[in-house]
Structure formats: C-alpha cells, structure tokens
Write a protein that binds this ligand. Structure first.
Ligand code: FAD
Length: 455
C-alpha cells in the first residue's frame, strides 16, 4: 500500500474518484489525454449533455458538489413523445422527486475537477495519453498529445478510468488473464443542435426528454441551459436505406428528416450542414472480467462496464461504482488486493444487469412508448406503485430513482412483469383491471425468495 496513487482518465469517473481517494488521505496524480475542458473548447458532437438520476446524484452529494451541480440542472419531468404530428407526455413517475435532469457533460466534469483540485491533494496532467502499463518495471507509458513526446512515469497503484477504449484495461487483462467482450450495437448515433428560438427561448417544451420513436430508429432531445436542445439520432450504422451508411453516401439527408421527423426538421435551419459535419458515433456494451491486478491496478467506469445509452445510466453507474470502490477500500484499509477483488465480485453482477437493461430499453424508447399495450401496462404499474408502494416499484423508477442494486432491480422487474402481464391480459383499458386480484398478486410478490433462487 502507498499514500500516492495514479489515475488515468479524468472523465466523470476519474474526476469523482480522485476526490474520494483524496478524502482517504491519499495524494493523487491524474493523467488525461485531452486538454483541460475548463479552459479549452474540446469540440461538440459527443454526448454533450446527459441524464442525471438518483444514483449519480447520491454520489455527487457524497463528494460535496451537489449544491453546485443543482445550479446547472434542467429537470425533465417525463418523455414527450412526438408521434405522427401529435405530442403526448408520459411522466417518469408519480411523486414530486421522480424526474431526471439534463446536465452538460463539460460543466459537470468541470465542477468535479475544480473540487478535486480544491482538496490540495490532486494534481492533474492534461494532454497526456496513456499508451500502456509495465507492471514489471512499475511504469506507465505516456505520449504528450501536443508535442508527441513519449515518457515513462513510475507508479505504485493505478486506477484506470480511461473509458471504453481503456489502455489500462488492455494492459491489465494481459497480466491477470481477464477478458474483454465488446458487443457492438448495430445502431450508431449522431448529435445535432436545435438552436434557441429568435426570442432566445426553447423552441419546444423545456422540461422534458423528447422522443420521436420510429421503431428502427429514433431521435431524442435533451435541453441545454443556453435555450438549445442537444438532439441525438440513433440509426442503423449500415443498410441500403435509413442508415448512416446510406445518408453518408449521397442519401437525401433533408428528405430523410422531412419524411420521418416532419415537426422537427424546420426547427434546425442548418440541419443538412450539421449532419454532414458532426461525427457518427458507434455504440457498444463493454463487459470485462479481471478488473484488478493484486493491489497494483483496478479499472472502473466505462473502462470495465460500458453500457449503451438507452437507460441514461452509464455515467450514473460509473459514479456509483466510484462509491462502491471507495467503500471496499475503506472496509479493507491496508489491503487493497482484497478491496479490489471484493469490488469486482460485488459490483460485476450489477453492471452486467444494467448492461442488459440498457439494451432492452432501446426497444422501449424506440417503439414500445407508442404501443397501446405497453402504455396500459405502464399505467397499471404506476397505479400499483401508488396503491402499494412498499411492494411494487416500476422498473424504470427502481433504476432511476433508487439505489437498489441493479441486479436486484432486474430480478424484481422480471417478477413484477409477470404480474403486469397477468393483470392486463385481454384488457384495453385500466378501468377493466381487477384490483382485488392485483392486491393479492402484489402481496404474493416475494423478492427475497427470488433473490435466493436467482429467479
Ligand atoms: P469517459 O467519459 O469515457 O471518460 C474517460 C476519460 O479518459 C476521458 O476524459 C478521456 O479523454 C480519457 N482517456 C481515454 N483514454 C485515455 C488514455 N489512454 N490516457 C489518458 N486519458 C484517456 N450516461 C448517463 O448516465 N446518462 C446519459 O444520459 C448518457 N447519455 C449518453 C449518450 C451517449 C450518446 C453516449 C455515447 C453515452 C451516454 N452516457 C450516458 C454514458 C456516459 O457518457 C458514460 O458512461 C460516462 O461518460 C463514463 O464515464 P467514464 O469516466 O468512465 O468514461
């Protein structure tokens, strides 16, 4: 064990982790491949804003920055669905605190970086890209991103928070025999900006996450503090029509938007221009084993558990992982090998569960939200939650407004899903539900047993 540690990657996970480690009394040196986002515009086009939910908020509160973060949040009370020219609001929950918030990635990370530096124990080196870890020589290899100069830096323990293409992870699994499974999604994404209106105000409802669900593809929009919306198109990467490949190779971009998103297209005057110049991002689920190497290295955040963005949980989960790791280290002072091993063992079932739920949520966002049966089940789920809140919590609320471990959420949601199926089979309206049967079924839900049997 040492009182000096190294972090590679100063994104959301690295910046939060640095504060937690400083609070353990450690001195921290952090390396980040990009320039300092607080002083340099590092360019748009990559998940400009994010949905922040309870797990992330709890972690931000824990490191003492939540009151500052509160100032930069825009509440999103529900999904505002744009379907065939009509709009309808689907609230996220039935209680005042059951909403999510849109937050700028840059502003949020900047608050964390400032808080890290304010501890007086965190030194951050920007423009330093890690190229590898030499566990025998105890050095990290870097390239200066501006000068191209290569260097080696000694380390004792390294925390890899360098995202889904993690260099620390690649070095780690070579020495510990771990595995990296990257499952690409057939869909990619592109971010666009909907400008504020001529009066400087939002052009569409501010306090909502907008969705244009079109089954095989969808558009979503999250509000920014500037009166703009960050709009993300999720679309197949390849295919003869309705794909990024098609649109990039001469397909009619404006025609595509006018055909499928007629109410959206006129709100972005330079739509075709933005589409051509903004990057096309790929999406994947990253599942790994071998998160640690004794007490020398551990990975977390997207580096060990990257998820697709359809549940808005990647960053929230990364923040939660930082808290879990910090707890394991505090539980085993002086024995980080045990702490890191316990971290992987306890956390991996949860990150695997959110990975599955995030993939499944694509179907919910892109098509189920306009399906009548889905809407009936959702209405019944909210009513069961209102009537018997101790026994029934909708899955979305368990993921977004709770800190119930993700694996437990997945188990409970499967059992609750059966209840919803049985209660609504053959029905078209919530008025037809047999509430006595509902009460019986809900009282029979036995989550403890489910957990024991692994059902
Ligand atoms: P990253 O954010 O990837 O940060 C890694 C950092 O390490 C970066 O600063 C990078 O520059 C640096 N780095 C990388 N390689 C090196 C290297 N070799 N050497 C040094 N530094 C390096 N999550 C949510 O919770 N809510 C959302 O609404 C949401 N929406 C999303 C929308 C999209 C389109 C995408 C793609 C993701 C979304 N996510 C969302 C997921 C979220 O962005 C990630 O889960 C989160 O950023 C993970 O944080 P991280 O710190 O682990 O990794």
């Amino acid at each position: 064990m040492t009182d000096h540690v190294t972090i590679v990657g100063a994104g959301p996970a690295g910046s939060m982790l640095s504060i937690l480690l400083a609070r353990q009394g450690l001195s921290v040196t952090m390396y980040e491949s990009r320039p300092d986002m607080r002083t340099t515009d590092i360019g748009a086009g990559r998940s400009i804003n994010l949905a922040l939910a309870t797990r992330g908020i709890e972690a931000l509160r824990e490191v003492g920055v939540m009151s500052e973060v509160q100032e930069i949040l825009i509440p999103m009370m529900g999904r505002l669905i744009h379907d065939d020219g009509d709009t309808s609001m689907q609230p996220y929950g039935s209680r005042p605190h059951e909403y999510i918030s849109s937050v700028s990635r840059t502003a949020l990370t900047s608050i964390l970086l400032d808080a890290a530096e304010a501890t007086g124990q965190v030194e951050i080196n920007f423009d330093m890209r890690c190229r590898g870890v030499d566990f025998e020589a105890n050095t990290l290899q870097f390239t200066d991103s501006t000068s191209g100069e290569a260097s080696r830096v000694p380390f004792t323990t390294v925390f890899g928070t360098d995202g889904s293409a993690s260099a620390v992870r690649d070095a780690l699994v070579e020495v510990n025999g771990g595995s990296v499974d990257i499952e690409p999604l057939v869909h990619g994404y592109k971010e666009l900006t909907m400008p504020a209106g001529s009066d400087g105000r939002f052009q569409i409802e501010k306090e909502a996450l907008h969705i244009w669900p079109r089954r095989d593809f969808m558009l979503i929009a999250l509000p920014d503090l500037e009166g703009t919306f960050t709009v993300t198109l999720f679309l197949a990467n390849e295919g003869p029509t309705d794909s990024f490949e098609y649109l990039a190779s001469g397909g009619d971009v404006l025609g595509f938007f006018e055909e499928h998103f007629a109410d959206f297209a006129p709100l972005v005057p330079d739509l075709a221009d933005q589409f051509t110049t903004h990057p096309h991002g790929r999406l994947a689920t990253v599942r790994t084993t071998g998160w640690a190497h004794g007490d020398r290295a551990v990975i977390l955040g997207d580096a060990s558990h990257g998820v697709v963005p359809f549940h808005g949980q990647g960053m929230n989960a990364a923040f939660e992982s930082c808290i879990v790791l910090d707890t394991c280290m505090r539980d085993h002072p002086g024995d980080w090998a045990t702490a890191f091993a316990e971290f992987e063992q306890g956390r991996k079932p949860d990150t695997d569960a959110i990975a599955d739920m995030a993939v499944a949520n694509y179907v919910e966002m892109s098509s189920s939200v306009v399906d009548e049966r889905y809407q009936l089940k959702r209405a019944v789920a909210l009513e069961l939650d209102r009537l018997w809140p101790e026994q029934f919590t909708p899955r979305y609320a368990m993921v977004m407004f709770n800190t119930i471990p993700y694996a437990e959420v997945q188990r409970r949601a499967a059992l609750q899903g059966e209840v919803l199926e049985r209660l609504t089979v053959g029905l078209i309206d919530i008025g037809e539900v047999d509430w006595q049967a509902a009460e019986r079924m809900v009282s029979e839900l036995d989550f403890n047993q489910a957990s024991d049997t692994g059902a």
